[in-house]
Design a protein around this ligand. Structure first.
Ligand SMILES: Nc1ncnc2c1ncn2[C@@H]1O[C@H](COP(=O)(O)OP(=O)(O)OP(=O)(O)O)[C@@H](O)[C@H]1O
Ligand SMILES: [Mg+2]
Length: 368
């Protein structure tokens, strides 16, 4: 993702104008396309737009512009996600209104959305984290709120869930392998490694094992699929922060745990990990499992424990005694953490450590 000064092309401006007219049902005298352009992967651009002459709480929207097939796919995924999770309610989970303006033939299309009650600008959770001063109690409440809404739809059982295949998008195998080879060299092929006094199993070996056809039964439901801190927008609402999901490119029927696990891993690997030594980072994983943190935690460690507990409690509540829940959580965590190594700006070593901690938790025999 890049932030660059905007030189907006005439075709993008025309599409945004059409999108504004579709929403406000009249010709728009003046559009203010804010000096902030986000470039995502796959040639999508996200503009923040203000329409002059309307009530300020309703005049700001975001416009995502990109190739028609991709934008239409995201719009349809969003519609299905919204239909499953909000069922006509005033939902906190997605934007209050979203609409599509399709370009002609092979040209670009525009997917726009208003965020509910957006009088003050909403910001992604990631911006709050970068800003430094963050009210973690409010963030934890928002995360709890998010997952309590995501668990509503019924889950369906899927037999023969092939882990390595189904999670291959998250695993980013070739990028992950080449980064790991650069960092670890031949050590990548070892089954285990040592950190301090601890012996950890190699997540790469786990993935190789999974690739040889390991499958099991899991539940699926509609998931967001890319539930990390850049895709959760927090909307100020009185004295709380309302969570709102954006970016529905990966929304689909999938393993119900993926949103929980992806958020836990991305918070640890892209945010908290950089403040923690390897030993402490691994010890936090133990304390989370055993529920016995020591008294001398730093503020960062306290915040990490608090938010991860919220995520895991939500997962446990949704699991409702499901078989192999802990193993599913460990396996999913190991795979998603490993795949993060291939993502730009990832703390690859912390991702590797977290993946290894979860790999070491996976039961021998029962699951792997
Ligand atoms: N409603 C919104 N409120 C605040 N910021 C937003 C909103 N919509 C988009 N943004 C900003 O624009 C960024 C990019 O939007 P989005 O996540 O939809 O696309 P992307 O991640 O670039 O695309 P992709 O993952 O499809 O390549 C977000 O991370 C966020 O910073
Ligand atoms: Mg995004």
């Amino acid at each position: 993702m890049l932030n660059v000064p905007v030189v907006i092309g005439a075709s993008d401006e025309a599409l945004i104008r059409l999108a504004a007219e579709k929403q406000f049902h009249q010709p728009i005298a003046r559009l203010l396309i804010l000096n902030e352009l986000r470039l995502g992967t796959g040639a999508r651009k996200v503009y923040s737009v203000e329409v002059e002459g309307f009530d300020t709480s309703r005049s700001r929207f975001y416009a995502k512009i990109g190739p028609t097939s991709r934008i239409r796919h995201e719009y349809e995924a969003y519609r299905e996600f919204d239909a499953t999770h909000s069922r006509g309610r005033d939902t906190a989970v997605v934007a209050s209104q979203s609409w599509l303006v399709e370009g002609r033939d092979d040209s670009d299309s525009c997917f726009s959305f208003l965020v509910p009650g957006e009088a003050a600008p909403s910001r992604p959770l990631d911006d709050h984290l970068k800003g430094g001063r963050i009210n973690w109690d409010r963030v934890c409440d928002a995360v709890r709120d998010l997952f309590s809404r995501l668990r509503r739809p019924k889950k369906v059982d899927r037999d023969g869930f092939e882990w390595a295949d189904r999670y291959s998008n998250y695993l980013r195998r070739s990028e992950t392998e080449s980064r790991l080879r650069d960092a670890l060299g031949g050590a990548l092929d070892e089954d285990a490694f040592t950190v301090g006094s601890r012996r950890l199993k190699s997540p790469w070996t786990l993935v190789e094992t999974l690739r040889h056809g390991f499958n099991s039964k899991v539940r699926e439901r509609m998931v967001h699929g890319d539930c990390h801190q850049k895709n959760i927008v927090l909307v100020p609402d009185k004295n709380r922060l309302r969570p709102c999901l954006i970016d529905f490119r990966w929304s689909r029927q999938f393993h119900w745990l993926v949103d929980h696990v992806l958020l836990e891993q991305s918070l640890k690997v892209f945010h908290f990990g950089r403040y923690l030594s390897d030993e402490r980072f691994l010890a936090l994983h133990d304390w989370l499992r055993d529920g016995n943190p020591p008294a001398n935690l730093s503020p960062v460690e306290r915040d990490l424990l608090a938010v991860v507990r919220v995520i895991r409690t939500a997962a446990e509540e949704e699991a409702e005694g499901e078989d192999h829940f802990q193993d599913q959580y460990s396996l999913t965590s190991a795979i998603t953490a490993l795949g993060m190594i291939g993502v730009h700006q990832c703390d690859a070593w912390k991702a590797w450590l977290s993946a290894a901690w979860f790999t070491t938790q996976c039961r021998q025999g029962g699951y792997v």
